[in-house]
Design a protein. Structure first.
Length: 360
């Protein structure tokens, strides 16, 4: 049974230079979009009691607390459901948090990216580092007890020392969760057209990643997934649902979902979505072998890895025999121990290459 839902809010005040997500600076269409989003939810949601709800974007904090509450009210939520809202610091203030605290939102994911104002300007962010300090303080004052900060490493003119400094600052703010993403320049973003200078090479990005693991784990954070760290057990329940290959709804423009064994993505064109909010760009019913591949591909993102016994029982295979060649090839990076298969720290650095070998 589906226990999670993702909601895509595709609006931004402006596009960050590294961003290739489906988002648009056309705020005048917010009202129309929300109406169509509600239509899709009412048509496709089957009333299951959800454990997690996630507002991603774009910039979901461009919605008013009333609009957020209106969307949440369409779902049945467990009493302790995790409801996450992504936000950009320049879009919110103390009053917004006070009103937001009256909704079911109980987890905030703040797009910090860096505490270096020169770098923030270079990558097209609209906020300054002081705004992150402010919003964490305002969110705490409003009663929020589960706050995550996002950072990107490998940014233009970013040094290992400045990245480590960013993380030390994040730790000092007392947040429960930190997400780290290596910069990847993909087609469609500003940086793909205007090549930035002084980017970190792969070796420097690797140094940044390993330094982050060391610093954060020494400061009480659990490294529970390739890019994610938490303390106090405050891992992202919504994202763990993805990595455990559980089903979920995807609502809104270009959102992806996985329901009744079918993977799908919604219309990625704003005009088409607003004309037919239930239209799909892609639908595929997965075969047993495809589900196995996804279970491995997603599960190995978790530091605990995958349970070999459960895989064998669920799919009627001998995991170690079926993948003996891969396990031998990457024996320094991929470990099978006590019934679990997982990456080493160094294995995470080349995880994409290794995971590709599991796809037949």
């Amino acid at each position: 049974m589906v226990k999670s839902a993702y909601i895509h809010i595709p609006f931004c005040k402006s596009k960050c230079h590294y961003c290739s997500f489906v988002s648009f600076p056309v705020l005048e269409r917010k009202g129309q979009y929300i109406h169509k989003l509600q239509q899709q939810i009412l048509k496709e949601y089957n009333g299951e009691t959800l454990d997690t709800l996630y507002f991603g974007g774009g910039t979901p904090s461009l919605l008013t607390y009333g609009q957020i509450n209106e969307i949440i009210s369409l779902f049945n939520l467990n009493a302790n459901a995790e409801v996450t809202l992504e936000l950009n610091p320049e879009t919110v203030d103390a009053e917004y948090f006070q009103k937001l605290s009256q909704t079911r939102v109980n987890r905030l994911s703040i797009g910090s990216q860096s505490f270096d104002d020169k770098i923030l300007k270079k990558i097209g962010r609209r906020h300054k580092s002081a705004d992150v300090f402010r919003v964490v303080e305002e969110a705490r004052a409003a009663g929020f007890k589960n706050i995550s900060l996002d950072f990107i490493y490998g940014l233009p003119e970013q040094s290992l020392e400045s990245f480590v400094s960013d993380l030390k600052t994040a730790v000092s703010l007392g947040v429960e969760h930190i997400s780290l993403y290596g910069l990847k320049i993909e087609d469609g973003c500003f940086f793909a057209r205007q090549k930035p200078q002084n980017l970190a090479d792969d070796d420097l990005q690797s140094q940044m990643y390993l330094a982050a693991i060391e610093l954060l784990t020494q400061n009480g954070f659990e490294h529970y997934e390739i890019s994610n760290f938490c303390r106090g057990g405050k891992f992202s329940r919504h994202n763990v649902n993805y990595w455990k290959n559980q089903e979920y709804y995807g609502f809104g423009l270009a959102a992806h979902g996985y329901v009744d064994g079918v993977r799908y993505s919604n219309q990625a064109n704003l005009d088409l979505y607003c004309s037919h909010p239930d239209g799909k760009d892609f639908q595929q019913e997965l075969s047993s072998s495809e589900i196995l591949e996804e279970e491995i591909f997603l599960g190995l993102r978790l530091t605990q890895g995958i349970n070999v016994h459960q895989i064998n029982e669920k799919f009627g295979i001998d995991f170690e025999k079926k993948y003996s060649g891969i396990l031998k090839k990457y024996c320094d990076y991929l470990v099978v121990k006590q019934g679990m298969c997982h990456f080493t720290k160094e294995g995470f650095l080349i995880s994409n290459y290794i995971l590709a070998d599991f796809i037949e």
